[in-house]
Write a protein that binds this ligand. Structure first.
Ligand SMILES: [Zn+2]
Ligand SMILES: [Zn+2]
Length: 289
């Protein structure tokens, strides 16, 4: 969860600029201008702003239209879809606001995502996928229905698909195979092991690593990063979440990408500039900008 602790200091700037492939500026403190300027000052010159519900997706699209440095991804988060269907007084992203329940409401929300996905500044459809950590058995059907609908939207509009996969690896891979994955598919906050990285590599799926790759208990992520083909690796913050070590518990933001890039370079035994060059090219290719 975002912390109210002091913001970590500015890292040493990257010599080769990169993109934060997945962030939530609308959940961070300060203005968009401040966040982008701070990021650009350390070589993070592009961000993909990700929407999690209808209003967040509309905001992402508007923000991307306003700033050259921002590209948008639009979706109903995997935890949002069941909430729309069933209604939830303790809504996670709606902060207690109650939405009228029912499958019709989900279809209505999906229609708005479909409309947004057509916009030129919207480069991705997501984050969508499956989350078995926060959504229980009762929400699974709605979640999978929503995931399949997002895959179809991404393919029809020729946009990248941004996957959120939490404790649902096998089912995410199964649904992608059943539906046929879009040409460009990104596993955001990659959370699989080295074996899954090999499966993703064979399928041509991008793997985007977040600050948790620096966590002490995350050797499985470092093992995955070590075997992932360089041309399929991205970096992200998922800010305000997942602040990289040694700043865990403090607020995350795109300007902290260099901390994660350096940790990733160490894992792969490569130099920072080589990795940054690949990350920048990969993100542009994945999102088609
Ligand atoms: Zn996510
Ligand atoms: Zn996210």
């Amino acid at each position: 969860m975002p912390s109210h602790a002091e913001a970590p200091p500015l890292p040493e700037p990257l010599r080769v600029p990169v993109a934060d492939s997945h962030t939530h500026l609308d959940m961070q403190s300060g203005t968009v201008e401040e966040g982008l300027a701070k990021a650009a000052s350390v070589g993070v010159t592009t961000v993909v702003q990700v929407g999690c519900d209808v209003r967040g997706s509309q905001w992402a699209a508007e923000t991307a239209a306003r700033y050259d440095a921002v590209h948008a991804a639009v979706a109903l988060h995997p935890n949002e879809a069941p909430r729309i269907v069933h209604g939830d007084p303790d809504g996670w992203s709606r902060q207690g606001e109650r939405e009228a329940g029912g499958a019709a409401a989900l279809d209505e929300a999906l229609a708005e995502i479909d409309r947004l996905a057509a916009l030129p500044h919207v480069k991705g459809v997501g984050e969508t996928g499956l989350d078995y950590f926060r959504t229980g058995e009762e929400g699974k059907a709605a979640q999978e229905h929503s995931f399949r609908a997002h895959i179809e939207i991404a393919k029809r509009h020729g946009k990248a698909l941004v996957i959120h996969d939490r404790e649902a690896h096998a089912d995410v891979l199964r649904v992608l195979k059943e539906e046929g994955a879009p040409e460009r598919t990104v596993f955001h906050c990659y959370s699989g092991d080295a074996g899954m990285a090999e499966i993703c590599a064979r399928a041509g799926y991008y793997m985007s690593f977040a600050g948790n790759v620096t966590f002490k208990n995350a050797q499985n992520l470092r093992d995955a990063l070590a075997v992932a083909p360089l041309e399929l690796v991205l970096v992200e913050t998922d800010a305000p979440f997942l602040t990289p070590a040694p700043y865990r518990g403090r607020p995350n933001a795109p300007y902290l990408v260099p901390v994660t890039v350096r940790a990733m370079a160490a894992v792969r035994g490569t130099d920072e500039d080589t990795l940054a060059t690949a990350l920048a090219a990969n993100t542009a290719r994945a999102f088609g900008y």
